[in-house]
Design a binder for this molecule. Structure first.
Ligand code: NOJ
Ligand code: CA
Length: 535
C-alpha cells in the first residue's frame, strides 16, 4: 500500500467553514470565530476530522476576506487573535485539525505593503506588485483580464502606472518574482504554524488560486480564445501568460519545504486545471509539491455515470506513484450541489464522495442538502455578480447562512437580526434540528457515511478497482486485505436491476435495507446508491 505510515489528512475528512455564514455569536448578522467555537461539538458528532476555515484576516471585505490587509491578525468582524487561540485550542482538544485559508496571490489595496508600493515609483516596495507603464496611447499595458470581469489593469493616478489584479482592483497581485515578497509571505505562514498552545499551530493551509501565483516576466499578451462565444470576459483570452507558469512549481515546492519543517502539516492547493495539469502540482515523482491539489472534477463534469466512471479512471491513472487523491463536490464559489444535480442525486453524490479513494472535502451546509438561496437584486453582495450581472456567476446563493434550529434566523443569529445574506426560502426543512428529528434525512445519511468511512479501512485506506458503468449505474470496488466493498450508484431516475458480486448491503442512500442479502444482483431504486460488503 502506498503512503505508509498513513497521515491524518489521508484517512480523514475535511469540512469547509465559510465563517461569515456559519454561526454569529454577537448579533451583527455575520458569523465569527466565537460562533465556530460554539458549534464544534456538531462537527465531532457529524464525524469529520479537519476544519478548513475561509479567510478571517483583517480585510475591507471587497471580496469578503479574500482581500487581505494583514496576514497575521483577525478582522474585528470575526473577533480578535485571542478568539483564534481559543478556537484552535478547542479544535485540537477535540482531536480535530485546523486548516487555514491563505491568500498569497494578492493582497487588499489597503494592505500597508500596497499603500507603500503605490506611494512612489521609487518606493522600496514598488516591485512587490505588478506595475507597468501605460501603452503609448495611454491605454492598458496588455490584454490581461480580471477573473471578475473586464480588464485586469487599474491606473493609479499618483504615479501614472497601471497595476495588475487577477480579481478586483481592490486585490492587487503580488509580484512573486521578488524574493522579498516570498520571504514576507513565508513569514506570515510561519506565524500561524507556530501559533497556539505549545506552538503547535495550524495543521495546514488551503492556498488560494495557487496556479495563478506567478505571471509572465515579459507581460506578453494572452492569445485570443478561438472557442469564446461571449459571456464571461475572462474566457475571451487563453491564460497562457497569467496562469500555470512553470515557475509556479518552484514556489509550491518552497511552501511545501517550509511546511515540512513542522510535523504532519498539509498543503492543499486551489487549482482549476484539467487532470493532466492538475497532477503536476504534486511536485513530480518525488512528490515535493502540494500533498493535495484540490480535485474539482466532480464539480466540472456533467453528472452522468459514463462520464464519472471515465473521470475516476483518468484521475487514478494520472496520479503520480504514491500521490494521494482527493475529491470535492462543493465550495463557496460553486452553486450548491443539491441545486446543481437535484436533491435526489445529491444523496448519491454523498455516497460517491465518501466512498471514493482519497480525502473528501465537504462544504458546510451540503450535509443538510441545502440548496442555493434566492438572492433578490437588491440583496446582492458578491462583487463577482456586481461586476458581471446576470451571467449566473454570483456566489451569494451558496453562501447563505447555516441552518441550525427551528426558530427565527434558524439559530444562525439572534431573532430580529438581519442576516448578511438571506436564508434559503424553505429553510425549516433543512435545519440540523429538523434533520436530526426526522427519518431518512440528508444529515442522517452523512452521519452514517462518515461513520462507515471511519470504521472501514477499505473505504479510508483501500484500493479502488473495477470502475465501470452500465445503464446509468456507476460501480466500483474498494478493497483492503480481505475487506471488499462494492458500490452501486444509480445516477438515473428509474429503478434498475444491476448485477453485483455476492454479499450483503451495508448502506443505502434510500430506504433502510442494511443487512439485505445480495446474490448475483439487486434492484436499485431510482436515485439510489448502495454499499455492498462482499462475502
Ligand atoms: C478563490 C476563492 O475561493 C474565491 O472565493 C476568491 O474570490 C478568489 N480566489 C480570489 O481570492
Ligand atoms: Ca458576528
Amino acid at each position: 500500500m502506498a503512503n505508509d505510515p498513513r497521515l491524518w489528512w489521508q484517512d480523514g475528512v475535511i469540512y469547509q467553514i465559510y465563517p461569515r455564514s456559519f454561526q454569529d455569536s454577537n448579533g451583527d448578522g455575520i458569523g465569527d470565530l466565537e460562533g465556530i467555537r460554539s458549534r464544534l461539538d456538531y462537527l465531532v458528532e457529524l464525524g469529520v476530522d479537519a476544519v478548513w476555515v475561509s479567510p478571517f484576516y483583517p480585510s475591507p471585505m471587497a471580496d469578503f476576506g479574500y482581500d487581505v490587509a494583514n496576514y497575521t491578525d483577525v478582522d474585528p468582524i470575526f473577533g480578535i487573535l485571542a478568539d483564534f487561540d481559543r478556537l484552535i485550542a478547542e479544535i485540537h482538544a477535540r482531536g480535530l485539525k485546523l486548516i487555514l485559508d491563505f491568500v498569497p496571490n494578492h493582497t487588499s489595496n489597503q494592505h500597508p505593503w500596497f499603500l507603500e508600493s503605490r506611494s512612489s515609483r521609487t518606493n522600496p516596495k514598488r516591485d512587490w506588485y505588478l506595475w507597468q507603464n501605460p501603452a503609448s496611447d495611454g491605454s492598458v499595458p496588455n490584454n490581461w483580464m480580471s477573473n471578475f470581469g473586464g480588464l485586469g489593469w487599474t491606473l493609479d493616478d499618483t504615479t501614472g502606472q497601471y497595476y495588475y489584479h487577477s480579481f478586483l482592483p481592490g486585490q492587487p497581485d503580488l509580484n512573486w518574482w521578488n524574493p522579498e515578497v516570498r520571504a514576507a509571505i513565508y513569514a506570515a505562514m510561519r506565524f500561524w504554524l507556530g501559533r497556539g498552545a505549545k506552538g503547535r499551530g495550524v495543521d495546514g493551509f488551503r492556498m488560494d488560486v495557487i496556479w495563478l501565483l506567478i505571471k509572465d516576466k515579459h507581460f506578453r499578451n494572452n492569445p485570443p480564445n478561438p472557442d469564446w462565444h461571449g459571456g464571461d470576459s475572462m474566457g475571451s483570452v487563453l491564460p497562457k501568460y497569467t496562469a500555470n507558469q512553470p515557475e509556479t512549481h518552484t514556489i509550491v515546492r518552497e511552501m511545501r519545504a517550509l511546511l515540512d519543517e513542522y510535523p504532519e502539516r498539509v498543503l492543499i492547493g486551489e487549482i482549476y486545471l484539467p487532470i493532466e495539469e492538475l497532477v503536476t502540482y504534486y511536485g513530480g515523482p518525488e512528490l515535493k509539491g502540494a500533498q493535495m491539489p484540490f480535485n474539482f472534477q466532480l464539480i466540472l463534469t456533467a453528472w452522468e455515470a459514463p462520464l464519472i466512471a471515465r473521470l475516476i479512471q483518468q484521475y487514478e491513472a494520472a496520479l503520480p506513484a504514491g500521490a494521494w487523491p482527493n475529491w470535492v463536490v462543493g465550495n463557496h464559489d460553486q452553486h450548491r450541489l443539491a441545486t446543481r444535480i437535484g436533491a435526489a442525486q445529491a444523496r448519491v453524490a454523498a455516497v460517491l464522495l465518501l466512498t471514493l479513494r482519497g480525502t473528501p472535502t465537504l462544504y458546510n451546509g451540503d450535509e443538510l442538502g441545502m440548496p442555493d438561496a434566492r438572492i433578490a437584486p437588491d440583496e446582492v453582495q458578491d462583487p463577482a455578480e456586481k461586476r458581471q450581472p446576470g451571467l449566473g456567476l454570483g456566489r451569494d446563493p451558496e453562501r447563505s447562512p447555516m441552518l441550525w434550529e427551528n426558530r427565527e434566523n434558524a439559530g444562525f443569529t439572534a431573532p430580529g437580526v438581519k442576516t448578511w445574506l438571506p436564508l434559503v426560502w424553505d429553510w425549516p426543512g433543512f435545519t440540523v434540528e429538523t434533520e436530526t428529528a426526522d427519518a431518512g434525512t440528508m444529515l442522517k445519511l452523512y452521519r452514517e457515511l462518515l461513520r462507515l468511512r471511519r470504521a472501514r479501512p477499505a473505504l479510508h485506506a483501500g484500493s479502488v478497482s473495477d470502475v465501470h458503468e452500465g445503464n446509468g449505474v456507476l460501480h466500483f470496488m474498494r478493497t483492503l486485505g480481505s475487506e471488499r466493498l462494492q458500490m452501486h450508484l444509480n445516477l438515473t431516475g428509474n429503478s434498475q436491476w444491476t448485477p453485483s458480486l455476492e454479499g450483503q448491503v451495508l448502506l443505502s442512500s434510500g430506504l433502510d435495507r442494511a443487512g439485505e442479502a445480495v446474490r448475483n444482483g439487486l434492484e436499485l431504486h431510482a436515485n439510489e446508491a448502495v454499499v455492498v460488503e462482499l462475502s
